[in-house]
Design a protein. Structure first.
Length: 256
């Protein structure tokens, strides 16, 4: 059985939503695509301790703990998101904890804690010093632990360093518009981490499907619920995408 995401509709909209998300899984298109790439790693998490930094409404952490039997901690700075995550956690009696905190404060206060897997999904584009964050995160890893990062991709020519360039994106403010493949290598090197793999998660086709699905979602949640399975099926048609056409990356790191 699939956990259907830490969204308000899961708990508040009754039987239809419960049945729908049991059948179709994680309801957000972007979350679904990212989880598909993360699944080979998270499906081996039974008994492990997991940290989800910038957890949002807890979709990933609740899903992992419910399906695969890990325990964990989720951290997000927005109270309304944490409340949604806790609502689903309490409904399904999931063994995870949530904290309202920005990433910097949490990392400073929990520097002696240890985790088997640490996730930063769509986080690094929001932080001023990604190298400092990743370096601090690495201190929380168990000896054979891994860090998983998803981040928007940019072209090599559009940025020459990891310096921030602020702009507004929806309700959240991006410090930078993403990372290039060379910047990912630079990040791993500066943080003294081993770059295990870099996978393209979004190419041109998935990016277009995401944009279309978001337009539908803003107009009608009901229409979105019925269109989403088709979007997800179409997304599977995009297989290999070259680095220079990437719109999103999954990065896996560990200590050297």
């Amino acid at each position: 059985m699939v956990v259907y995401g830490a969204l308000d509709s899961v708990v508040q909209k009754g039987l239809f939503s419960r049945l729908y998300y049991r059948v179709f899984g994680v309801p957000h298109f972007g979350s679904h695509v990212r989880f598909r790439y993360l699944k080979p790693y998270v499906s081996t998490s039974k008994g492990e301790r997991v940290l989800d930094l910038g957890c949002g409404d807890g979709t990933l952490l609740n899903l992992m703990a419910y399906q695969y039997g890990c325990t964990g901690v989720g951290v997000d700075r927005l109270p309304e998101r944490v409340k949604k995550a806790e609502r689903v956690r309490d409904t399904f009696k999931i063994n995870v904890k949530y904290h309202i905190s920005d990433i910097y404060s949490y990392l400073n206060s929990m520097r002696f804690d240890k985790f088997d897997k640490i996730f930063l999904t769509e986080v690094l584009e929001h932080v001023i010093e990604p190298v400092a964050v990743i370096t601090a995160v690495a201190r929380l890893l168990e000896k054979d632990g891994q860090i998983f990062v998803t981040v928007p991709a940019i072209r090599e020519s559009s940025r020459n360093s990891l310096s921030p360039t602020a702009f507004s994106y929806g309700q959240d403010r991006h410090i930078r518009d993403g990372l290039s493949y060379l910047q990912i290598q630079e990040l791993a090197h500066k943080a003294n981490l081993k770059l295990l793999t870099t996978t393209v998660t979004f190419g041109p086709q998935k990016q277009k499907l995401w944009e279309i699905s978001d337009r539908i979602r803003r107009r009608s949640q009901l229409a979105y619920a019925f269109v989403l399975p088709c979007m997800r099926a179409l997304a599977k048609l995009e297989s290999w995408v070259p680095i220079d056409r990437a719109y999103g990356f999954l990065i896996v790191l560990n200590n050297k």
